[in-house]
Design a protein around this ligand. Sequence first.
Ligand code: ADP
Ligand code: ADP
Length: 242
Amino acid sequence: AVQLTVQDLVKTYGRKGFFGTGRVTHAVRGVSLELRRGATLGIVGESGSGKSTLARCLARLIPADGGSLRLDGLDLRTLSGREWRRESRRMQMVFQDPFGSLNPRRRVGDLVAQGLTVRGLSRSAALEKARELFGLVGLDPQAITRFPHEFSGGQRQRIGLARALALEPEILIADEPVSALDVSVQAQVLDLLESLRQRLHLSVLFITHDLRVAAQVADDLIVMKSGEVVETGPAAQILADP
Ligand code: ADP
Ligand code: ADP
């Protein structure tokens, strides 16, 4: 069954002001896609093709200019702020740099627990959950008291997964999650993602510039170019294409 439906998503940066002087980038120009429950959909494209913009619109980290997004048929545009926050929690993001804009002087347990305390969980309950999540992603639960710089790239990505999973999402949007890692570490993180997908019954949107990585993890692929979908189909078929 289709879980997430995106229709004609449009996002333009630098919208012209009243005097019409700004530079405008049509980053996403009418993208439609369907993610089936339990599936992994790969979104591939070279740098600048609009993949991250699409991902951020989907996770609603930035507002889209046009188009619709439906979760199990429910149009998110029709919701009030509170309902929207409840529904949007069902999708969480994993980033290339898990601690990108987060405070490097905060303990990783707090970074994982943050989304939970924001939603009203006590700090001790949230930290207990963070310990559990560390175990789930193959890290020592006691390590929650450490700081981001004490972890390797692969471990940091595990923490990023724990942070995303804290809110018990149904859909993970992974934006270049292994692109900054050595190839051997990439395989470990991809294996972890795959086992979590199966155990937690997740659906995954996997975004990457690397067609081979995409074909390895995804059932179906969408190829983006200049903000548009230029090809879509089974991963094996697209990989075989000249
Ligand atoms: P990708 O993830 O495929 O590399 P992006 O979504 O990051 O593509 O970028 C798509 C286009 O939008 C590029 O031309 C990029 O320069 C532009 N862009 C991305 N983010 C911004 C931003 N915050 N402000 C203005 N332009 C942006
Ligand atoms: P605010 O406090 O301004 O209402 P929220 O925390 O509700 O902000 O939402 C933050 C972002 O989430 C907004 O910038 C917007 O992009 C998005 N958002 C909020 N409500 C909706 C909605 N009903 N439909 C779509 N997007 C929404």
